[in-house]
Design a protein around this ligand. Structure first.
Ligand code: ZN
Length: 143
């Protein structure tokens, strides 16, 4: 990954941290879960509104680091209005982008802003910060 691309990814992450999307508790959620990453101290709650296999709304509340909050913010944007199958594909793509073994090139034009999460691979200790919201989404689904 070039330094320029890395800077761009960092900018996207910082922007989501500053202005997180879909932030705040949802009163009429159908699914919820709390996720905790003891290594960093990240804690967040995911609220979902599911209608059949359609994700009508996703929101989150968090007391966590910038990477975790940005990843949660991007996740809410990526999953809102999607089907469960589409959400699963997004979950898998994020896991692949964060895999230091696969070491994939992300593509902003294809992946959207979640491409920026590939930049987190440079800081392996922080990968769990980025995956926490996604694992918490799965936990909420499973109740
Ligand atoms: Zn963290």
């Amino acid at each position: 990954m070039s330094d320029d691309l890395h800077d761009l990814y960092q900018e996207i992450i910082l922007e989501h941290n500053k202005r997180p999307r879909h932030y705040g508790a949802l009163a009429d959620y159908t699914h919820t879960a709390v996720g905790y990453n003891p290594i960093c101290g990240d804690k967040l709650t995911i609220f979902l509104v599911l209608n059949g296999d359609h994700i009508e709304a996703v929101q989150f509340e968090a007391a966590c680091c910038a990477i975790c909050k940005s990843s949660a913010s991007m996740m809410t944007e990526a999953l809102t209005g999607k089907t469960l199958a589409e959400a699963e594909a997004a979950f898998k793509r994020v896991a692949d982008l964060l895999s230091t073994e696969l070491n994939l090139e992300a593509d902003l034009s294809v992946d959207g802003e979640i491409a920026a999460l590939a930049g987190v691979r440079k800081f392996p200790a922080r990968i769990k910060c980025a995956t926490l919201p996604w694992h918490t989404y799965i936990a909420a689904l499973k109740g």
